[in-house]
Design a protein around this ligand. Structure first.
Ligand code: NAD
Length: 485
């Protein structure tokens, strides 16, 4: 980025952008059901008309195979738009709730209202989905939006910018391309919501900027997602699913891929053999040449992963793979066994095709080890054991859990997707995205009839006594039954 370009989008440009969007929001046009539907349909048209452009961009940024791009980005996006179009009318309706004796007689409802002007900052690893899926919820909720896609995936960012300009209402939905300079200028503005996807270090920058204006945030962060592998499993199926959720998802550059596995010492050799055998079927004997696995996004991330492998604490621990092709930014599926807890690979999110397997006495011990660390975005258990599954659900704290698969919870729009603790704040997907961009306005409606003077001064002991009776559960239930009858 040269100086001239920097000058094009700085604090002044960001301020004027927000001012214009506030003007659009004030007209009320983004609140109508028709406008929201028209913008959701525009997003659908983008997919229909430009699927090949999108998969080409993903190929250029990440070497993403077309099938993988379809499964992990396009199909999830299409599902999200369809699900939102189907539910939108009912989601926008006020939700009637019960009244209490304190406000009797009255009616009460929760009215969802758009927050206003929202900022979405997204990450590079699923650059299409992570940019536009939050936009689905933001416009469905009736907001005006600025999207800042990641500069690390420039082809997809440029395409999104072009297509949004071409298909969407430019007075309400804007894309700002750029990196730290542009994002910093945007973050200086007052937003009604900031939705950020990326690492926790920048998450803290975003939250600090938001705090200046008391702006609410959703932070979709990462972490080290563990998978616990019991011996009571269908080993072949488990191996295939672990591979699909690790190497088959963007070469492990996925916030919900299995970061490391825990299993018992006696089961580890069988697990490793099964993984090797299925890896060979998936990616062949020379996986660096496989076209079915994405590459590492750039030199910086390649060097980061190499550093994890070159850490002397993991020397001699590689039991499979470990080949690097720097020119093509490819790393073969790599399995390491029993790396020490204080190695680099066990202390930062791996976000690549390296998989440490740690042997322990029991999976309960691994649950305990996991809970002693930062809460992960997801955790996985492979087991047929009913009691172990219950213990896993009850005892392991993570953004989400999946039993007998890796990462599949993201496909279910009825489930909230998000982190807890270090892995993030706030969930989305399906109606949860609509909720993330809505304020739930409490509305209480009274009439002039039945104005009880008991609540007004002068206060007397008699009034207090009567009030105690009126506010008791038994009395209110009696009144409710009376009106029901
Ligand atoms: P990234 O480098 O694309 O950064 C994310 C966004 O932050 C970009 O738009 C970038 O421009 C902006 N940014 C970077 N530095 C900034 C700064 N100093 N100030 C302001 N903005 C800045 O992506 P990343 O952080 O490398 O993404 C990978 C991380 O994101 C991993 O930790 C991964 O687990 C997490 N992630 C989480 C989810 C989720 O849904 N929870 C999804 C994908 C990735």
């Amino acid at each position: 980025m040269d100086l001239t370009e920097k000058d094009v989008f700085g604090v002044d440009a960001a301020a004027s952008l927000v001012k214009n969007l506030r003007g659009t929001f004030a007209t009320g046009k983004t609140k109508s059901y028709e406008w929201r539907v028209s913008q959701l349909n525009a997003l659908m048209t983008i997919i229909t008309n430009h699927e090949k452009d999108i998969t080409d961009a993903l190929q250029s940024d990440l070497g993403k195979p077309v099938m993988e791009a379809f499964i992990s980005e396009l199909s999830l996006f299409i599902t999200s738009v369809r699900f939102t179009l189907k539910g939108l009318k009912s989601w926008m309706m006020p939700e009637k709730v019960k009244s209490t004796v304190t406000s009797f007689p009255s009616s009460a409802e929760i009215v969802p209202e758009p927050l206003g002007v929202v900022l979405i900052i997204s990450a590079w690893n699923y650059p299409f989905l992570l940019s536009l899926d939050p936009v689905v919820g933001a416009i469905a909720a009736g907001n005006t939006v600025v999207l800042k896609p990641s500069e690390v995936s420039p082809a997809t960012s440029a395409l999104i910018s072009k297509l949004v300009l071409q298909y969407m209402d430019g007075s309400a939905v804007k894309v700002v391309e750029g990196s730290v300079h542009e994002t910093t200028a945007l973050l200086e503005q007052k937003w009604d919501k900031i939705f950020y996807t990326g690492n926790g270090k920048v998450g803290r920058i975003v939250m600090a900027a938001a705090a200046k204006h008391l702006t609410p945030v959703s932070l979709e962060l990462g972490g080290k997602c563990p998978a616990f592998i019991d011996s009571d499993i269908d080993l072949k199926v488990a191996a295939r699913r672990i591979i699909a959720g690790k190497w088959g998802l963007n070469s492990g550059q996925t916030c919900i891929s299995a970061d490391h596995l825990y299993t018992t010492k006696s089961f580890a050799p069988k697990l490793i053999d099964a993984l090797k055998s299925e890896l060979n079927k998936f990616f062949g004997s020379d996986p660096l040449k496989s076209e079915d696995m994405s590459r590492i996004v750039n030199d910086k991330h390649f060097a980061r992963l190499r550093r994890l492998l070159e850490d002397e604490k993991v020397s001699g621990k590689i039991v499979h793979g470990g080949e690097l092709d720097e020119k093509n930014l490819k790393i073969s599926p790599t399995i390491l066994l029993d790396v020490p807890e204080d190695s680099l690979i066990m202390n930062e999110e791996i976000f690549g095709p390296l998989l440490p397997i740690i042997t322990i006495e029991s999976l309960q011990e691994a649950f305990y080890l996991t809970n002693a660390k930062d809460k992960p975005l997801a955790a996985y258990l492979f087991s047929n054991n009913k009691k172990l599954k219950e213990e896993f659900i009850e005892n392991v704290s993570a953004g989400g859990l999946v039993i007998n698969d890796v990462g599949l919870h993201v496909c279910n729009p009825h489930l909230p997707f998000g982190g807890v603790g270090e892995s993030g704040i706030g969930g989305y997907h399906g109606k949860f995205t609509f909720d993330a961009f809505s304020h739930k306005k409490a509305v209480l409606k009274r009439v002039f009839f039945g104005d009880a003077s008991i609540r007004y001064p002068p206060y007397t002991p008699g009034k207090l006594k009567t009030m105690r009776v009126l506010l008791s559960d038994g009395f209110f239930n009696m009144i409710r039954e009376f009106f029901k009858a």
